[in-house]
Design a protein around this ligand. Sequence first.
Ligand code: EPU
Length: 302
Amino acid sequence: MRVSDSKIVAKLAELNVELQHSASLSDLTSLGIGGTTDLLRIKSHESLPDLLNLLDANHVPHKFLGGGSNLLVGDGDLPWVVLQLVRPEPDVVLDGNLAHVDAAADLGRMITFCAKNDLGGMEGLIGVPGTVGGALRMNAGAYGMQIGSYVREVKLYRAATRKIETLRGHQISFEYRHTSFAPDDMMLAVILELPSKPYKEILQGIRICNEKRRSSQPLGQKSAGCIFKNPPGVSAGRMIDELGLKSLSVGDAQVSDRHANFFVNAGHASAKDMLALIADVRERVQKSFGVNLENEVVVWNA
Ligand code: EPU
């Protein structure tokens, strides 16, 4: 979708929003899949209510993009524009055990920065790609840790009230890869309360988790992490593996030969290929195990 109305373009500049025409979502997602649309880069949180009013008044559909690491975007000319926060500098400010973090901060870099200042707790999440906002929205977790456990306060744009609001940690429910945020809420910033731990000790935990990850996940390849959620008590990856589906492919979309719940883009996969592979694997697991696998990856299909 192209924003071409000169009045809207002028207003965007006034709101300190950078307009990038025909951005390729394949460059902005870890899967390397996705069509093109206009990208609106937001430099100031405070401009969001006016920006959203402007887009809605002009019937411009939109979606919020975080780090693009858990996302499968449709092919071709996309029927909505994409909003993304510009990362400020600095993006993490420490105050005792509290870390004030911008949603656009890189999750791994934030964890490393806190670790260097003797604040731990999130060692298991170090290898999870994406932004802090994205991790927050879906309560990213790994190796028994999840970001939700450390949330003291969240600043967000709430589409329901059209305002920027602050929620305390206890007002938000964090479950397995799920939170009580509405799909159209936009994470802006978070205050995390982290336990004090010597850097050396945190580093040891990070090394162990990294080693586990390296030995079981296809880190060098284009993926969106796990495609399916684990149904209670079972591993989706193990079921897919047991069916002998590693390396199954549709075009360049392929079940990883390393971890069967990672689907990789082995070349120039399209969203159509990836969606067909997901549907095929889901059907086979349903037939053999009677389990309906739910997507973990977020799909923005046109
Ligand atoms: N397994 C297989 N074959 C495979 C993959 C896994 O037999 O191809 C077996 C493993 O040997 C292990 C069991 O299945 O005994 C579980 O595997 P793993 O420890 O890799 O964990 P997982 O359940 O597949 C979950 C998360 C990952 C997270 C890891 C580590 C989900 C859907 N997956 O994977 O998260 O990194 O635990 O905590 O919750 C993600 O969210 O994108 C993600 C990758």
